[in-house]
Design a protein. Structure first.
Lengths: 189, 566
């Protein structure tokens, strides 16, 4: 037995040295050199001030901004404690919540017909931090924002189209934060 | 129309995985056979140094019993160390976000889960683990645990060669090479790709700032890129953050999603072909791969179909349900890629999630559950091949009975001891998960308050938890409030039994066979690499899974499916 225990102890120490210290420092060093924002996460700035992270969603509930998906964290889009709703598809309370979300969406966007309400705007994302919405979800909010911001729907449609990202083989999506930053810029003109 | 590109996306993921796995399997076979490989120049001197420090001679071969002792002692070392770190992480260094210590039962469960490659997490990463724990516990065990099973698999490979011997190589040699030649290099390259795609790799704590709308936000970060690459490659699956690969920092875009998804089944498929290359029995490898793929596709298609169809209860509300079931899913992946991920993660015992399984449609959840229950459709890294090996022994036994011949596999007669071990291993996982669930149902005051959803779905949450624990998968229906003494202790015990007994069983069977006389194949020997035999293996897998698990599936996901509008 003894001839197994000593090698195991040495192996554990060597493992920690290699995997925790050496491997980590190599990746950290490369990240510091080449990764966005030195590996701290790419930030979005307005006038030199950080307003968010490109990859991590944030809450947009005001009528003058494009809204993102519902988030189940407390408060919404809590990036220090991610989470999904984990509600099952047959759960009666969950379905009541979805119906309520539909009604709220229609109240805030009165010109939109019910069959155009996109499902992702009334369902919660897996992380609670989804930074994206589908192009259709953005288009559907244009009438409301045109009224709030006194901009034309054509200007907004062009803005939305500019922000559609279509990765190779992946679904098209729009980053809500980047869209809203541009929206602020457009409205300021 | 968009769904066509999404389906093309997952077909591409699968095709690329197989295309990469076959040559990599050849490389793995060469590593374990001791042949010259390209990384020799870099790692030979490093490995020599490690052997010298350990005081072992890598050319000293062991028999199967010595291999198992080496395997178990390596694992046992980490038990007290991990428990100590987790229960003292509050004062240990590298804790910028002031995470508190884990409770004893949570530390017990976490240690059981981490040492076994399961990584079932009853805590949420960004609130439950300090950077010190993530680094010294998770990083270490992310490499250690897959290397253990790869080494055990190498022992089995060695034992199945066409000769009779007790000498099956050196466990430490296999274990160290699994890390230096297979896991570490690929992980490093992947980490760099992840860095360039925006995954953070920092030791800074959470960042507080004001959002565009004017609210205060607090964003947790951490050393994620290096973590993520080995987490996926080693099929560990434990997330840095609570929502695992649904978190934008663990999976920023569709490209990283493709890479992570490839890794679910990359090593499992590669090891199947490694078996073929090592033993120079390529037909056998193709038979195994064929059976696994057919089973996998049968699980995949219903899941993708029902997720794309969406929740009929929501369709009834009259809105635009064209994206499918988006509850618990992320926009940048879409429904198809999320469904595909969930099936590859559960078939391969990886357990990482890029979407919330609790919110899947009932039959999709049933497919995930079946993947974990069957445990050998690709299966885990090393454990997939080991599990399938045991299934082959069972099938050879039954098939040989049918033709009135002594069971024989790869030239070795199969005896009573091997068949007894096979039976125990085959019945173990169903036993653990069903008995565990039955016990949980017997104490409703302890378990019912923890359920996240009522009715049939709640029952599915419970059986998923125990099935995931016994098969070392680690994913879960996250609505279950599983950080309670009941769940922590019962799942911890299930995890330990479910992980080590099958490995011991498979190595024992191989070791016993390895010692036996090698007889060539005669005209009457049952052929084990033909499509007919493959069909038989598939049928055995299907029948055993159906007999053991069908009642539970009927009471859970099937009942839920039929109770919903459709």
């Amino acid at each position: 037995m003894k001839k197994y225990i000593l090698p195991s102890i040495v192996l554990s120490i060597v493992s920690m040295l290699v995997f925790v210290v050496i491997y980590t420092l190599i990746v950290w060093g490369i990240g510091y050199a080449v990764a966005p924002n030195h590996g701290n996460g790419e930030v979005v700035t307005v006038n030199g001030k950080v307003v968010g992270y490109k990859l991590v969603g944030q809450s947009f509930t005001q009528a003058k901004y494009f809204n993102g998906r519902p988030s189940s964290t407390t408060p919404a889009y809590n990036a220090a404690s991610s989470g999904g709703s984990n509600k099952g598809p047959s759960n009666p309370d969950y379905l009541k919540g979805v119906q309520a979300a539909i009604d709220t969406f229609m109240k805030y966007n009165p010109t939109i017909k019910k069959e155009d309400v996109p499902v992702e705007m009334v369902t919660m994302s897996g992380s609670g931090l989804d930074p994206d919405i589908s192009p259709k979800a953005a288009m559907v909010q244009i009438p409301r924002i045109a009224k709030e911001r006194h901009l034309s729907e054509e200007q907004l449609t062009a803005l939305v189209n500019k922000h559609i990202e279509k990765p190779f083989l992946g679904p098209a999506h729009i980053n809500v934060l980047l869209l809203n930053v541009d929206l602020d810029g457009l409205a300021a003109k | 129309m968009i769904f066509n590109t999404e389906i093309l996306g997952v077909v591409t993921i699968f095709a690329v995985t197989v295309a990469l796995a076959i040559p990599f399997g050849k490389y793995i076979a060469k590593v374990y056979a001791g042949e010259k490989t390209i990384l020799d120049a870099v790692f030979n001197p490093i490995e020599k140094l490690i052997y010298r420090l350990m005081g072992i001679d890598p050319d000293q071969e062991m028999n199967w019993k010595q291999h198992l002792i080496a395997l178990l002692t390596i694992n046992i070392m980490w038990y007290p160390l991990t428990m100590f770190i987790l229960m003292n992480q509050n004062w240990l260094p590298l804790n910028p976000d002031k995470i508190p210590a884990m409770s004893p039962d949570l530390a017990f469960h976490s240690t059981c889960a981490f040492i076994t490659n399961c990584f079932q997490q009853h805590y949420s990463g960004e609130t439950g683990m300090s950077y010190f724990s993530q680094l010294f516990v998770m990083y270490s065990l992310f490499f250690l645990t897959p290397a253990i099973t790869l080494a055990a698999m190498a022992v089995v490979f060695n034992a199945l060669k066409e000769r009779s011997t007790d000498k099956l190589g050196n466990f430490y040699n296999y274990y160290i090479k699994s890390n230096t030649r297979i896991l570490l290099p690929v992980s490093l390259i992947t980490a760099i790709i992840f860095l360039l795609n925006g995954m953070p790799m920092t030791f800074e704590g959470a960042h507080t700032f004001t959002t565009l709308q004017g609210d205060t936000a607090n964003v947790a970060r951490g050393p994620v890129a290096a973590f993520e690459s080995i987490k996926m490659l080693g099929l560990d699956g434990g997330g840095f953050f609570g929502v695992n690969s649904a978190h934008p920092f663990e999976n920023p875009n569709f490209f990283t999603n493709m890479i992570e998804n490839i890794y679910h089944i990359f090593l499992p498929i590669a090891t199947v072909f490694a078996l073929g290359f090592y033993l120079k029995r390529k037909k056998l490898a193709w038979m195994i791969f064929g059976v696994m793929t057919v089973g996998f596709l049968l699980l995949l298609m219903p899941a993708v179909y029902y997720e794309l169809k969406g929740n009929p209860a929501i369709t009834q509300m009259g809105i635009d349900n064209s994206l499918g079931n988006m509850e618990g899913k992320e926009i940048r992946f879409g429904t198809v890629a999320s469904a595909f991920w969930s099936i590859t993660a559960t078939s391969s015992m990886n357990g990482a999630t890029n979407c919330m399984h609790d919110s899947f449609m009932p039959l999709s959840g049933a497919m995930q559950l079946l993947g974990i229950m069957v445990n050998s459709l690709y299966g885990g890294v090393g454990t997939g091949v080991l599990g399938f090996f045991v299934t082959i022994i069972l099938t050879v036994f039954i098939g040989s009975l049918m033709i009135g011949r002594t069971p024989q596999f790869l030239g070795k007669k199969i005896g009573m001891r091997e068949v007894k071990i096979t039976m125990i291993v085959t019945l173990l996982h169903p036993f653990l998960s069903l008995v565990g669930t039955a016990l949980a149902c017997s104490f409703p005051n302890l378990t019912t308050p923890t359920l996240g959803n009522p009715g049939f779905h709640g029952f599915t949450e419970m059986i998923y938890e125990y099935t995931s624990a016994s098969s070392a998968d680690g994913s879960g229906f996250a609505g279950l409030g599983n950080n309670t003494p009941w769940w922590n202790i019962s799942c911890g015990i299930v995890i330990l039994l479910g992980r080590f007994l099958p490995i011991i069983g498979a190595v024992a069977i191989a070791g016993i066979l390895g010692r036996k006389l090698y007889l060539g194949d005669s005209a009457g020997t049952l052929v084990t690499d033909s499509p007919t035999f493959g069909l038989m293996v598939f049928s055995i897998i299907f029948i055993i899974a159906a007999l053991t698990f069908y009642p539970a599936l009927a009471v859970g996901p099937f009942a839920e499916h039929f109770s919903m509008p459709h």
